[in-house]
Design a protein. Sequence first.
Length: 483
Amino acid sequence: MSMQEQEKENEQKQDQAYKSETTNDSAHELHDAQDKTKRMGSEPIPKLLAQFSIPAVIAMLVNAIYNIVDRIFIGKFVGEDALAGLTISFPVMMIIFAFAGLVGIGSSALMSIHLGKRDFKGVNQIFGNMITFGTLVTGATLSIIFINLDGIMNLFGATPDIITYASDYMRIILMGFIFQMYAFCLNGAVRTEGHPMLSMTTMLLSAITNIILDYIFIVNLGWGVQGAAIATISGQLTGLLFLLRFYFSGNSVVKLQPHDFIPRLSVFKNITSIGVSSFVTQLGTSVAMTFLNRGLGQYGGVGAITSMGAINSLFTLFIMPMIGLQQGLQPIIGYNHGAKSFDRVKGALKLGLTVSMLFSTVIFIALQVFPRVFISAFLDPTSETVDVAVKGLRIFILMLPLLGINILGTGFFQSIAKGHIAIMLGAMRQFIFLLPLVIILPQFFGLTGVWMATPIADAISILATAIALLYHFKETPSLAQEA
């Protein structure tokens, strides 16, 4: 019996064993759900990438709107000190989002691989443990941060002028973060199951809710940063309820039993081994942002910190499509890796990198040519801070055209369960390259040195990621060789 025939026989046995545990009606629903995942191993890669990445890109753009809308309303209707407060709170938010990435991204990648193997019982177990793990992690993390919030905000660079804004915003965000954790995890799961449009719709609902409530709470009611925070968590709750309706409808490939929620250390370990690279990257970003904010405050004052708020919002907005592309690739790469279709894995990554570089190059040109137009969306065009922000933006984005290599490359290694490589790449950028540069360069170049640290770290990280990818594909057999 050939290897392909043996694998096919194993798949059929797994399907039959799993379906025997369900009723006839639920088995029929499960078959329909499974058909949606099978197409990831058969349809043309360009078609799949469009089907999965376009909704994911739209969803991530919408996700960026959460932070951007808050900053636009705060900058325009509350003031620059309040915007600086939100900038200081961003590294703390990155820490708690790092835990969401640890659980959500790790679980989704693991589910994709098991779907490629047709191991549906394993998918159920991973999903149930994702919910349990997310609940435990959120409770522990938020308890620690909430109790020590003011001290943490001071540690992250808050000055007396802005600490009240930062703390008021973060207290409300922390109280509602459990909604964000669950929404993030379930969004990744529905994409993995082959429902990218559902994920996009969820994000749109969340963003629309956030924008409407931002206007009501900040402009009409004058609730300031607290209104922005309430609007954010209300939007996340709206998206979560929409996702829960899908899972309770019976249309999911996931068919949970109570025992699937029982914590299993082996599942936690596997989720963590894949998701920890996202955690390290996010944590490193938080630490780096802290040193960036301190350097900005030391060499440029509150105006430089405020400028960073506008720059980071723009950078996030235009990075999100690349992260959306990464998320669209993840189920395709994970499924085909699990099915040992290595040529399809390579083709998907190459196409993703091409699209990413074309998009980011266009955005880079637009930001370099019209920086003042973009910055003025967040700041008063007549403010002196605009000039500081324009100079900082032009330096900060210098490596944007090639940044997709690092983003998609790191996501690729997560998708094939090589978390140790993804961890290395994430840690190298944040801790080995960026942090020393943030500390050393300002001593020679002042405020310009603070802006320079990010593109230099990006350049080294891009090179390291490219080398890792080339080595991986050199060592990986093609589909023909496997056969």
